[in-house]
Design a protein around this ligand. Sequence first.
Ligand code: KIV
Length: 267
Amino acid sequence: MKKRKTILDIRKMKGDGQKISVLTAYDYPLARILDEAGIDLILVGDSVATVVSGYDTTLPVTLDEMIYHTRAVVRGSQQALVVADLPFLSYQVDLRDARLSAGRLIKEGGAQAVKLEGGENVAETIAAITAMDIPVMGHIGLTPQSIHRMGGYRVQGRREEQAQQLLADARAVEAAGAFALVLEGIPRYLAREITHAVSIPTIGIGAGVYCDGQVLVIHDILGLCEKYSPKFVKKYADVSTVIREGVDAYIRDVKEGVFPTAEHSFD
Ligand code: KIV
C-alpha cells in the first residue's frame, strides 16, 4: 500500500520549487490510471456536471452526486491527495450548511480536502471549514459557479481594478487558512503576481506557466469531450477516436457473426 500525499506534501512542493500536477477524475478506472501514473493531486471537480453528465454549466450537480463520485475516486487511488469540489448551493447559504457539506465530502466521500469558489466573499466560509480541521483549496478568477454574474466563461482580471480585487481575494483566501489556490482564466502576469504574493501553492488552469502547479479536466486532455475545447487545453490523446474504432469493430463483428467465437463460449 502506497502512502497517500498530504496537504503538507503539496505545500512543501512550492517551497522546494517542484511543480504540482493535478487532473480531475470522477470514477474508479480513471482515478486508478492517474494515480498509478503518479499524479500529485486528483480533483473530483464539479466539472463532472458538464463533461460526464452533459449539462451546460456546473450548477446542477448535487452534493450527493459529488459524494458518489468522490467515493469512486478514493477507491481508485492510493497515493494522490483527493480534493472534492463543494457544488453550487452546498456552501453559499450559511456557514452551517458549508460545514456540513464539507464534512460529508470527507466523512462519506473519503476526500482529504475540499475546494470552493470565491475570494473575500467566502473567506469566512473557508475559515469556518478549516476550523473543523478540513483542509480547503480556494478557487478564484474564472469561477464557473458564477457564470451568470460573469456573463459567460470569460477571462477575468484584465482590467486594473479587477486584477487588484483578485490579488485581494488571493490574500483573503490564504489568510482564511486555505492550503492551496486554483487560479482559473486570468492573464499570466497577474497569475505570476498572485503566485509571488501568497505562500500557498497556486494551481493554474488557463492562467499561464508561472503558477506553482497546473490542473486540467481529464476529459479535455484525453480528447473525450468533443463539444468544446478551450484555448488553454493541450490534448494529449484522442481517446474518442480509439473508442469509436473499437465500437465500430464490435458492431461489425456482431452483425457479421464473427463475435463471439468458440473461444468466448462455454462448453
Ligand atoms: O470542476 C473542476 O474541474 C474545476 C477545475 C477546472 C479547477 O474546478
